[in-house]
Write a protein that binds this ligand. Structure first.
Ligand code: C2E
Ligand code: MG
Ligand code: MG
Ligand code: MG
Length: 289
């Protein structure tokens, strides 16, 4: 059967890259079981404010633990969850947890941002709006500090509902980031119509920036555009000090990547934040010279 409704087990073929019927059925089972048995965990990756030299926020990245406790990368199971129709449930779980994390973080640093990825299937979902309203009425936190990351592929697929969703959620005080900016098509249309506060430049333009003048020109143009519109920029995939210095010299506002900090269990990041332990990793020249 094309749709994975039938309740029989399929052996083997568990492969997100080859979504055949067997693979899809196996993923439905695997994902539902992980949801039922609490085998999703949140990691967090710090984001460095290049203007202040402080870690000013973190992106939450979900991990699935397999039966044997081994973490599975979202690059594998997110597309599978989208095909299985389970992504909205997962996104709402992450949002729920994000509000807890934010409440904790704001006790320590009232301006700390928590950034959450939202699948295209959740953009426009009224249940998400409902959840956000409920969180606002139940928990004291600043909605400005919860940033929803969406990719342009999402917005391009259904621009009208993405635009309306953005307006509704912005009216509640939450903020948006355009994730993986530049990786897809239609970026300018996107900039014109969508509500957003941050542009996260795709890592593709970042990793080779020190040696590639075209990448630097593209980064500088994105910064000019973003700042002209009054928005902030984040560089992804900052993997070494040289890249950090280049993106800073181009006027990028924030940096994220292995050089600033690896994704780590969210509790660990909160603990370090509470202790006021030095962020980012040793060797990073944090403040602008
Ligand atoms: P993304 O939102 O663009 O997240 C950044 C990805 O880049 C993460 O991969 C992160 O671990 C990785 N990364 C960070 N720094 C570096 C670096 O310096 N170098 C390199 N090569 N990679 C780096 P991850 O955690 O595997 O997530 C992959 C994608 O899965 C995310 O891309 C996001 O689109 C999606 N995702 C993650 N968590 C969630 C979630 O809770 N909900 C939804 N809907 N999607 C999620
Ligand atoms: Mg993201
Ligand atoms: Mg990204
Ligand atoms: Mg990416």
């Amino acid at each position: 059967k094309e749709e994975g409704r039938d309740g029989f087990s399929v052996f083997g073929g568990v492969d997100a890259e080859h979504p055949g019927t067997a693979g899809r059925l196996a993923w439905v089972d695997r994902l539902s079981e992980a949801l039922e048995t609490d085998r999703f965990v949140l990691h967090a990756q710090p984001i460095l404010d290049l203007r202040s030299g402080r870690v000013s926020g973190a992106e939450l990245l979900v991990r699935m633990l397999d039966e044997d406790g081994q973490p599975v990368s979202p690059a594998q199971f997110i597309p599978a969850a989208e095909r299985a129709g389970l992504i909205q449930q997962l996104d709402r779980w992450v949002l729920d947890r994000a509000v807890d994390v934010l409440s904790d973080a704001q006790h320590i640093d009232p301006t700390f941002r928590v950034q959450v990825n939202l699948s295209g299937h959740s953009v426009g979902n009224q249940m998400v709006i409902h959840d956000l309203l409920r969180h606002l009425s139940q928990r004291p936190f600043d909605p400005q500090c919860l940033v929803l990351e969406i990719t342009e592929t999402v917005a391009v697929a259904d621009l009208d509902s993405a635009v309306q969703f953005g307006r509704d959620v912005q009216a509640m005080g939450f903020r948006f980031a355009l994730d993986d900016f530049g990786a897809g098509f239609g970026s300018f249309k996107y900039l014109k119509h969508l509500v957003f506060d941050f542009i996260k430049v795709d890592g593709d333009f970042v990793v080779d920036a020190p040696s590639n003048p075209t990448d630097r020109l593209i980064l500088a143009s994105i910064v000019g555009l973003a700042h002209g519109l009054g928005k902030e920029t984040v560089a992804e995939y900052v993997e070494d000090e040289q890249v950090l210095q280049v993106v800073r010299s181009l006027g990028i506002d924030h940096a994220q990547g292995h050089h600033v900090g690896e994704p780590e269990p969210v509790e660990d990041l909160l603990r370090r934040l509470a202790r006021g332990e030095a962020f980012p990793a040793k060797g990073v020249r944090a403040a602008r010279p």
